[in-house]
Ligand binder design. Structure first.
Ligand code: TMP
Ligand code: ZN
Length: 414
């Protein structure tokens, strides 16, 4: 491990405070999106979840150099899932209506990927600008009419668009950026008075209550509650007007943020109060998270033992080579699956990041048989899409295993 590859924070990423308390030490973990082309083991790095006693932000101690984190073997694509595609369209349609968007208005998205969201704004006549450092995704976006500036969104970038943006989107990117304060300062700069920023982040309350420990990885630097988000925005003259709770990604917050002091919706006030009541602003709330996550591992291994005792020749596969799937297999050292099925062509034929399990296509024959014939049990690693996955394979006669929030054996589809 070279000195430059990894650094360790001593001060909170958002408030700069020094009272950082450990919550969960995951030991040495590989990078969750670093799928391998051969069996050479991946480099592992420490991964530690911390709680800031000053601003309540949950965050990881480690920062991996982005050039290592997002190197050539980094595979992330806008989700192919039907759930995600229809949710993007619905969001754009809602915003066009509620903000009466038309020619002359401007919609901007940070981490706009292949234009999956902005393309739905084009029909309104509003101009759209994507900001994303991924050159290949930007090319695809251009083909559907979404101009993309190939760079990271930042306060420096925002200078060019001061007070010009009517609707700003940041979907699942705030937790990934190296400097949360710089990013949010940029949002404040580009928003026109009366404009709105729509920001989606995975919800920490859901991660803790549902034991979603596999969503902790080196790319996710921060894990937000509404309370900690409010603190971050208020540092930059922004305030939360409204919040929606979404089921996508195992539970997310979609917050609507304005310049200055906005009147909070009832939902916003309710959730802030609920977080306070539950004690999310106190370390104690997080104290047993690691132990509760570890119990999932015992439950899974106990189930595998039972299966193999009853049927020594039982074959078990995984489904969904998502980052969270890599984390679950790596952390619990589940290295015996006969393959992980995934519909993303770029992932097929590669190995999972931390265990020597090959990724195969759901439609291809595998070892001379279709996977539905070849396997008796399927562990759903992309558990946030479990309904969609089970519904896709009514011909599978074996049993599904769902690992989170509880280890569950599903006998037949849904
Ligand atoms: P994501 O949570 O990062 O979007 O990853 C989900 C993974 O699961 C992604 O690699 C695609 C895969 N997947 C399938 O292979 N089939 C499916 O039906 C769904 C919903 C996802
Ligand atoms: Zn803090």
């Amino acid at each position: 491990m070279s000195d430059e590859t990894i650094s360790f924070i001593r001060k909170c990423r958002v408030c700069g405070g020094g009272r950082l308390q450990p919550v969960f030490d995951m030991g040495l973990m590989p990078l969750a999106n670093a799928l391998r082309t051969d069996k050479a083991p991946n480099q592992r790095y420490p991964l530690t979840l911390l709680f800031c006693e000053e601003c309540t932000l949950v965050q990881i101690r480690e920062t991996i150099d982005p050039s290592v984190l997002f190197s050539d073997n980094y595979l992330y694509y806008s989700s192919q899932s039907e759930t995600a595609v229809s949710s993007a369209r619905a969001l754009a349609e809602k915003m066009i209506k509620s903000h009466d968007l038309q020619v002359g208005d401007l919609v901007m998205e940070a981490a706009s990927n292949d234009g999956y969201l902005l393309k739905h704004y084009l029909a309104s006549g509003a101009s759209v600008i994507g900001v994303d450092p991924a050159r290949e995704a930007a090319k695809i976006a251009a083909e559907v009419g979404v101009h993309t500036d190939v760079e990271f969104f930042s306060a420096r970038y925002a200078e060019k668009y001061r007070d010009m943006v009517d609707v700003f989107h940041a979907n699942n990117v705030l937790a990934h950026v190296q400097n949360q304060n710089d990013f949010v300062r940029g949002i404040e700069m580009v928003l026109r008075p009366g404009g709105v920023a729509v920001i989606e982040v995975p919800y920490l309350g859901k991660m803790i209550s549902h034991r979603e420990f596999d969503t902790i990885y080196h790319e996710h630097l921060c894990y937000f509650s509404l309370t900690s988000l409010q603190r971050l925005f208020s540092q930059h003259g922004l305030s939360i007007r409204h919040v929606d709770m979404l089921s996508i990604h195992g539970g997310s917050l979609r917050v609507f943020v304005m310049k200055g002091k906005a009147t909070q919706s009832q939902e916003t006030r309710d959730l802030l109060r609920l977080e306070q009541r539950d004690g999310m602003h106190l370390w104690n709330y997080y104290a047993d998270f690691g132990a509760r996550a570890n119990m999932l591992g015992s439950d899974l291994w106990r189930l595998f033992d039972r299966i193999h005792r009853n049927r020594p020749d039982a074959r078990i596969s995984g489904y969904g080579a998502a980052a969270k799937g890599n984390q679950l297999l790596s952390y619990f050292d589940i290295d015996f699956l006969n393959s992980v099925i995934d519909s993303t062509p770029a992932k097929q034929g590669k190995y999972m990041s931390g265990v020597n399990t090959l990724i195969s296509s759901p439609s291809h024959e595998y070892f001379g048989e279709k996977w539905t014939e070849h396997t008796d049990f399927v562990l759903i690693l992309a558990w946030n899409f479990k309904e969609e996955i089970m519904a896709k394979h009514p011909d599978f006669k074996g049993k599904w295993i769902v690992p989170i929030p509880d280890v569950q054996l599903v006998h037949e589809g849904i």
